[in-house]
Design a protein around this ligand. Structure first.
Ligand SMILES: Nc1ncnc2c1ncn2[C@@H]1O[C@H](COP(=O)(O)OP(=O)(O)OP(=O)(O)O)[C@@H](O)[C@H]1O
Ligand SMILES: [Mg+2]
Length: 490
């Protein structure tokens, strides 16, 4: 149905796609796997018309097409759901769907669209209230709106860039049911993900990319997770969990009755203790108060109520510098907003959270950046590259390198492996385990239940700003956790 033929695309200093050939048949779910910076998003962008290839071309139903823009791609039946949704939050579902549809009179069409949203929702198992405003919807529902939007415009090919990273396990099951229905009707689905279990579960075929080239193509029935991991990184990968062996020590992070607000995030009366040598997980669907909790602890937002103690120092509402001085490092979820300055270089970003004046430390920053590029295998032409030029996963690596480099006693990490390839996930997990072994206290905020379960000694579940459940990490049950994350009590 859609194919890339000998496609090449380069950016300054980077060959993002090199002679890439890739095709998806009607009714097929085809996964695109690869390390961070391997060129997956670039290929997807070429297949949807966002980028034009330097060499090679795209074919649609066997005929060569020159896609000029994503709008042009969509008109030809190619739809893409991005990791970051592109919806107008004050508008309703139906309004968002008619928006940008040039054929329609916007106001008159809303009624018709509402009808269509219901129909499409029913047919593909994507229920959503067409009159709801986007900001009233959960992330899972917003994703459904994005999918419905492309289907409403007649998409026959659907590209999903890491669609499951924002979903609860129950929502993943529902999404997969919808994907299967779409495929059974003859539509083609391109699924980009780093989660090997999901790739094995949903796809018919897998194409693996490394360094801009296709290194493998196989039917799922003929491969295994281990083999896919090996193809991606070119060596064996160990993703098994290593839990704490020593009993935990003194409490290093103590949070009592924390109530705070930040952006659109709100948390109330949260009490959490993390001891030396412990990883404590906060499981929850994003948008349930995690951000207010983390920023409240990190001194980035004043507390409405409650207390925070870091390594015995009371840092309640004393600001982020006081929290840092007391021993805290914070890896936020929002990489390009609060985490990094996207237009600054990798080495400049390394300095952002230092107290020393910027210029004084420039040399050491370059050295640090170069070291980070090596240890974290950051794919980039060099330390002076702006972080906005990096692929999603590589941006995350820069941030982690900087924050872990501070040698913190207490570390808050929000979705630390979100978007990372298996090699990088392995590295980050072993790093967190190492910090635990050295007696640091780690608060791990993540929507990825597998990750929370694999790493945490204890788990709290957060829902609508409240801690609704606490349990040991060992043997924690996915269904129970998933239900608690969705607000249902077992
Ligand atoms: N607009 C751009 N300008 C400069 N370089 C870019 C641009 N887009 C991508 N690149 C570079 O091209 C390479 C491939 O990036 P791409 O985003 O396709 O990787 P990816 O496989 O999607 O990785 P990830 O899993 O980390 O999202 C990377 O080295 C990236 O830095
Ligand atoms: Mg990408």
């Amino acid at each position: 149905m859609i194919a890339a033929r000998h496609v090449s695309k380069s950016f300054p200093g980077v060959l993002a796609n090199q002679d890439v050939s890739f095709d998806v048949s009607a009714g097929e779910v085809h996964s695109l796997l690869g390390e961070n910076g391997a060129g997956k998003s670039t290929l997807a962008a070429i297949l949807t018309g966002l980028y034009q290839p330097d060499a090679g071309h795209v074919e649609l139903n066997g005929a060569r097409v020159a896609l000029k823009s994503p709008r042009h791609g969509l008109a030809l039946g190619i739809g893409m759901v991005h990791q970051h949704f592109r919806l107008v939050s004050q508008f309703t579902v139906a309004e968002n769907i008619s928006l940008g549809d040039r054929k329609q009179n916007w106001i008159l069409s809303t009624k018709k669209v509402e009808e269509a949203v219901r129909e499409i929702g029913e047919r593909y198992g994507l229920p959503v209230d067409p009159r709801a405003r986007i900001n009233e919807l959960t992330v899972g529902e917003q994703q459904r709106v994005e999918i419905i939007k492309t289907l409403y415009r007649g998409a026959q090919v659907l590209l999903l860039d890491e669609p499951t990273s924002v979903l609860t396990p129950q929502e993943v099951t529902t999404l997969f049911d919808s994907v299967r229905t779409l495929a059974s009707e003859g539509k083609s689905v391109v699924f980009i993900s780093h989660k090997l279990g999901e790739v094995m579960d949903i796809s018919d075929r897998v194409t693996v990319m490394r360094d801009g080239k296709v290194v493998g193509n196989t039917a799922v029935a003929d491969t295994s997770r281990e083999e896919l991991a090996r193809m991606m990184v070119g060596r064996d990968v160990d993703l098994s969990a290593i839990r704490a062996t020593k009993p935990a020590g003194a409490p290093l992070l103590e949070v009592r009755g924390l109530t705070a607000k930040s952006a659109r995030s709100h948390v109330s009366d949260a009490s959490i203790v993390v001891k030396a040598g412990e990883i404590v997980g906060i499981a929850g669907v994003s948008g349930n108060g995690q951000r207010a909790l983390a920023e409240g602890i990190a001194g980035l937002t004043p507390l409405i109520d409650g207390h925070v103690t870091i390594c015995g120092t009371d840092v309640t509402s004393k600001g982020s510098i006081a929290a840092r001085k007391a021993g805290l490092s914070y890896v936020p979820e929002d990489r390009n907003g609060t985490g990094l300055a996207p237009s600054l270089s990798i080495s400049e970003n390394m300095l952002l959270t230092e107290d020393l004046p910027f210029l004084v430390n420039h040399k050491s920053a370059v050295a640090k950046a170069e070291e980070a590029i090596t240890t974290y295998s950051i794919k980039t032409p060099g330390a002076s590259t702006a972080t906005r030029m990096l692929s999603g996963g590589n941006v995350q690596k820069v941030l982690l390198a900087r924050e872990l480099g501070h040698d913190p006693q207490v570390l808050i990490v929000s979705s630390p492996t979100w978007g990372l390839d298996v090699g990088a996930v392995e590295f980050v997990r072993s790093k967190l385990n190492e910090l635990r072994k050295e007696g640091r206290a780690i608060l791990l905020i993540s929507e990825d239940l597998d990750e929370v379960r694999a790493l945490s000694d204890r788990i709290y579940v957060i829902f609508e700003g409240k801690i609704v459940m606490e349990c040991p990490g060992e043997g924690a049950d996915v269904t129970t956790l998933g239900l608690a994350m969705a607000g249902a009590r077992a």
